[in-house]
Design a protein around this ligand. Sequence first.
Ligand code: SF4
Ligand code: ZN
Length: 370
Amino acid sequence: MVSIFLSHAFRRSLPLLPRSDPAMPAPQCATCHKARAALRRPRSGRALCGACFCAAFEAEVLHTVVAGRLLPSGAVVAVGASGGKDSTVLAHVLQVLAPRLGISLRLVAVDEGIGGYRDAALAAVRRQAARWELPLTVVAYADLFGGWTMDAVARSTAGSGRSRACCTFCGVLRRRALEEGARLVGATHIVTGHNADDMAETVLMNFLRGDAARLARGGGLGSPGEGGALPRCRPLQLASQKEVVLYAHFRRLDYFSEECVYAPEAFRGHARHLLKLLEAARPSAVLDLVHSAERLALAPAARPPAPGACSRCGALASRALCQACALLDGLNRGRPRLAIGKGRRGLDEAGPPRDGEPERAPAPDAVPAF
Ligand code: SF4
Ligand code: ZN
């Protein structure tokens, strides 16, 4: 379904104030003192009208970008556009802020080749590009990765249409595809729409897996572009999922809200469920987790070795092959599970580990949808 869509359950959880309840009229907006408040901000509890909330949300994203020095003036920014709420809000907010930041935007969408899902999501991205008059480039897994689509990967990994491993492959390949697409459009920077809830889920997953290397990399608002990769950042990383949805609601943004057919299999779903329980008991749990990852310091013995370059594509790699090349190698050899297995039967099959490198395979669901 393509629309401004909120499920009944999620709508009930949003801090919207009743529009016309004579018994309990909404308070005045705490900012403009003119309009009736339409929501209560989840963190501050301030009652605001829709216009003042959207202005505050945009100002906070601007502060995140400026204070973090994420996007310098003159940057050509590739927005990873999936058609979903996060990337839709990110593209819209950055378009509003672009004149003040002195940046120009390009939409880059990735077609993973997921039947019954991605076509409708891409249709939403095309409508956004047309409405906002932004250039759009679509890069497809099938073109970039020797004919492999996610549906083909799913068949190969499980012999059926679904597999828990799908998101492992997809996250690694999408990161590569977005990099290729951004280079294609001459971008100097990449932005993705991860919000605070996404980041907290990732931190939780890394803790649950004991993945010290990812915990070490997990903090901050992005990566500066090591090993020749383009700098990446997440301007919505401090915004809660509820506020992202509220912004889309009040700005009447058109986005695609269905879940990927492979998402129910993903380990991320367990972290999401756990996080909801934690948040119910402690409302600041999401941001606390994000900030914990920023402040985390690993003991010297737990620090991963400095990465080198992939012997096949030159990308940053902690083994002889980068994750994307290792996964594709496993697929092409008809042994996809070896590339995601644990321990010595894992990436070692795709290439020997670097000297002194600990045993480690790519983490499932390492990268949420942008
Ligand atoms: Fe890819 Fe996201 Fe679907 Fe997983 S849920 S297969 S990461 S699009
Ligand atoms: Zn490689």
